[in-house]
Design a protein around this ligand. Structure first.
Ligand SMILES: [Zn+2]
Length: 366
C-alpha cells in the first residue's frame, strides 16, 4: 500500500485543479487501473470510487467525475470512457420515463423527500402503535432540521434498558436515497411479519431496534431543491466552510482515527471526503454520537448506496479488527442471499478514516 505521505503529496497537486463544490455535472466513468498508485490517485481525485474489481490484472473502476476531472485524468495518462453523461439529468429522465418510479412511494424521482420520510415514520407509528414509537428528534442539523429516530420494539415508547439495542441509520450521504428507503421498507416488513414469523417476533420482543433514516437532512433537502425530480448529486452536509466551499463529509467526521495522519479523508473543504475542522464538528454526527451513547448499540448498521458491498471495521487503516473472524462470519451470513462482496473497507473499497462504522465498533463494540 502507498503510505500517507505520498498520498498527501498527490493531494496537494490536484486540489487546486478540482472544484467539487461547484455544481458541475458529474458523469459516470469507467477507468482502467494499471497499478496500485493509479488506484490511490483515483481514490483521492474522484468520488465514491467503486473498485472491488480494481485490484485484479486489467482492473477498472467506476466513479463519478466532472469534465474538469476528466481532463486531469487524460493529462495523467488514464484510459477511461464515459458510461453516463450528467448523472443527475439521467436519473431525472429515468424517473420520468419509468412508470414504476412514478407510482412508487416518493415524489422525488420515485424516492421520498425529507418531508415524506417524516410522513412515513408517522404512518408507521400510527398503523403499528404497539411496535413503532412516535418519531423523536435526536438533534438538529446546521440549518435547524430535525434528525428523526424511531424505536421498533414490543413497548416502543418505553425505554427498556434490559433489551439489547440494534442501530440502523441511513443518508449520511445525501445522494443515496435508496439507503433511507431500504430502512423504511425494513420497518414495514418487520411490522407486517410481527406475530406471524416466530423468529422476527422474538427479536422485536427482546430488542430495541433504533432507526435513523436521514442523518443528513440538509444535504438531502438541498438535493430536492436543486433536483426536485430526483438525481441530485450532493453528498456532504451543508456546512459553509471557510474559503467559500460547502459541506463536510459526515462519514469522515467521527471521532475514531479522525485526522490527517490517516489516508482516507481530506483536509480540503472542497473535497467530497472533507473531514471537517474537528471530530464531531458537525451537529449531525454529534447527534448520532449522543443518541448512540444514550442507547449503546450491540449491533450497528449504517447504510449507503450503491456498490452492493458489505463492509466492516476497520476502515481507517490496513489492519484487521480484533473480532475480524466474527465480523467475517456475520458478513458471510448477510451476503449469502444477495451475493454482495464483503470485507473491510480497505480490502474491497478504500481506506476511509473518521467513519461511522469504525466509531460504532471502536466506541461501542458494535
Ligand atoms: Zn455513502
Amino acid at each position: 500500500m502507498i503510505t500517507a505521505l505520498p498520498l498527501a503529496l498527490i493531494f496537494s497537486f490536484i486540489v487546486p485543479q478540482q472544484n467539487q463544490s461547484s455544481n458541475s455535472p458529474l458523469d459516470l466513468i469507467h477507468v482502467q487501473v494499471a497499478n496500485e498508485a493509479q488506484f490511490q490517485f483515483l481514490n483521492i481525485l474522484l468520488h465514491d470510487v467503486d473498485d472491488h474489481q480494481a485490484r485484479h490484472p486489467g482492473g477498472a473502476v467506476v466513479a463519478y467525475a466532472t469534465d474538469l476531472e476528466q481532463n486531469l485524468l487524460s493529462r495523467e495518462g488514464f484510459r477511461f470512457e464515459v458510461i453516463t453523461e450528467d448523472l443527475a439529468d439521467w436519473y431525472a429522465r429515468r424517473a420520468e420515463s419509468d412508470p414504476s418510479a412514478r407510482s412508487s412511494s416518493g415524489t422525488m424521482g420515485g424516492f421520498r423527500t425529507l418531508a415524506e420520510i417524516g410522513q412515513e415514520l408517522d404512518r408507521l407509528a400510527n398503523d403499528y402503535p404497539n411496535l413503532v414509537s412516535v418519531k423523536q428528534s435526536i438533534g438538529s442539523s446546521i440549518q435547524g432540521r430535525d434528525i428523526w429516530m424511531v424505536r421498533v420494539s414490543d413497548n416502543p415508547n418505553t425505554i427498556e434498558p434490559g433489551e439489547p439495542t440494534a442501530w440502523f441509520d441511513a443518508l449520511h450521504h445525501a445522494r443515496e436515497p435508496m439507503s433511507a428507503e431500504s430502512l423504511l421498507l425494513f420497518i414495514d416488513w418487520i411490522c407486517q411479519g410481527y406475530g406471524i414469523d416466530e423468529e422476527l417476533t422474538r427479536v422485536v420482543d427482546s430488542r430495541n431496534l433504533l432507526f435513523v433514516p436521514c442523518v443528513n437532512p440538509d444535504g438531502y433537502e438541498y438535493n430536492r431543491m436543486t433536483n426536485p425530480n430526483g438525481g441530485g448529486m450532493w453528498r456532504k452536509n451543508r456546512r459553509a466552510n471557510s474559503g467559500g466551499s460547502y459541506g463536510v463529509d459526515l462519514n469522515r467526521n467521527y471521532d475514531w482515527a479522525w485526522g490527517s495522519q490517516w489516508g482516507g479523508s481530506s483536509g480540503s473543504g472542497s473535497s467530497e471526503i472533507y473531514r471537517g475542522t474537528a471530530p464531531f464538528s458537525e451537529p449531525e454526527t454529534a447527534s448520532i454520537r449522543d443518541a448512540s451513547a444514550a442507547y449503546p448499540p450491540g449491533v450497528s448498521i449504517s447504510t449507503h448506496t450503491y456498490s452492493n458491498l458489505w463492509l466492516f471495521p476497520w476502515s481507517y487503516d490496513t489492519i484487521f479488527a480484533p473480532d475480524d473472524a466474527q465480523l467475517r462470519d456475520y458478513a458471510m451470513e448477510m451476503t449469502a442471499n444477495n451475493g454482495y462482496a464483503y470485507g473491510t473497507s480497505w480490502e474491497v473499497l478504500y481506506v476511509a478514516n473518521g467513519v461511522a462504522d469504525d466509531y460504532a465498533y471502536g466506541q461501542h463494540g458494535a
